[in-house]
Design a protein around this ligand. Sequence first.
Ligand code: ATP
Ligand code: MG
Length: 565
Amino acid sequence: MNGEREATTNFIREIITADIKSGKNGGRVQTRFPPEPNGYLHIGHAKSICLNFGLARDFNGLCNLRFDDTNPIREDEEFVESIQADVRWLGFDWNDRLYYASDYFERLYDCAGELIRRGLAYVDSLNAEEIRAYRGTLTEPGRESPYRDRGVDENLDLFRRMRAGEFSEGAHVLRARIDMKSPNLNMRDPTLYRIKYAQHHRTGTDWCIFPMYDFAHSLSDSFEKITHSICTLEFEDHRPLYDWFLEKLEMFPSRQIEFARLNLSYTIMSKRLLQGLVASGRVSGWDDPRMPTIAGMRRRGYSPEAIRDFADRIGVAKRDSTVDLALLEHCLREDLNQRALRFMAVLDPVKVVITNYPENQVEMLEAVNNPEDDAAGTRQVPFSREIYIEREDFRVDPPKKYFRLSPGSEIRLKHAYYIRCVDFFMDEATGRVKEIHCTYDPESRGGWSPDNRKVKGTSHWVSVQHALDAQVCLFDTLFTDPDPQARAAAEEKELYDFLNPESRKVLTGCKVEPALKEAVPGEYYQFLRQGYFCLDSVESHPGNLVFNRSVTLRDTWARIENKLK
Ligand code: ATP
Ligand code: MG
């Protein structure tokens, strides 16, 4: 399932299809992905990216990338760069259509002036607290500010002087003049501009007034002639305001369509909270492999194909819901099963000496690289008298139905031979098995029995003298609760109380096949029986291999799906 699946239809596609049919916008489709550069992108953004760029692709349209950078306080160039890298990595391209809301500051200022001239905006000199009090509540209408009826000339003059830096922060704001009694709070004379003396990552100190999100966002869509402006449900109540701006200014009428944001179990998605994890050192950075960020998932070993497949499968809906993390992992397994090369890696090694195998002999055994893909070919794996197997693959006192190695029992070594345990030695100090002695059946080369003798267990292994040392990081969910935010709120605890102390486990002294010397970050591997792995792009260096487990082989989603059948 490496290819993209056929896009299933949804309500957004239906709207666009109908718009094209009716000849709206001359049949043109243009969407945009509008991140605020105040953090790294997460899997929720990936859903929005796949949706916006996917619609443009499927309807012969275009999708812009626009940075919504109107808040100088929280934005940073590091985020601008990471966002572009992440969108590209996901497989999408905005070509030459990279925009910044900050590039529109002059045009936005002019539009605000036009609203003033039309009597539709005014400079208010109430302070923030008063504005809040005048605003009313859901059940109480708001009250009009005493400054609401300032004349056009006075408003224009004050607004110009706000821009010129003549006033202190909070002295004045520019507000739309709509309706303080509207049942929709967004329509109660919303603020359009505020004074802020801050360094902006692109405009420096050129501006000391900044447009509010709603004003900048809707007008930016219109400037770019976005036909379908897709956003998450919480902006549904803002739509009348957007439409009001565009209508009053007689601008291109972008149509806003809302969909339910992605929520994922065991995962938090707010950039503010993710920033908190980074800033407090609870994770190693935005790209910590446990983070739900695209950078973290890439480092963890997620493929763009798996993420795109996930976005397609969850589709879009009008109601909020939470997607099971197991589905995301299922998508990853489906993709990696097709293309990950198989290797043998022993994570917790114990030594086996094959006593009847000639000393100093090494033979190369053929191993299939990927049974799902004939084109992946085979490789040669060195075999010798001393090998490592997993410690858990040998038991001194095997329980019933234990199919692996134990005193007297016989198992198959993957790609190699049958071996039978003839002796074992304990380490007195630790009470653990130190060394296992076996004999092999030379007739069973390749792992096939000459006389159809059955063995129940197959173990992976690596040759002691050829093995490479490696470190392996195993991950579990970052939080212990499926909905840590709700749980923390309900129990009046901190979100951090639900961090999983076992979310990262580092295994040292692992032994891997020599072929993994060629491993590079960005490739996908399956370690037999252990899961899918990738080389850590930050911590791994030649001579110090560090692998991350992307996901285990056990697919809990498939089990859930089968139960539902
Ligand atoms: P956060 O709450 O994480 O800070 P945000 O919405 O403030 O997210 P933006 O940078 O404004 O972050 O988001 C850019 C785009 O991504 C927006 O169009 C937004 O609708 C979309 N988006 C953000 N989070 C999700 C999500 N969980 N599911 C789907 N789309 C999302
Ligand atoms: Mg936002």
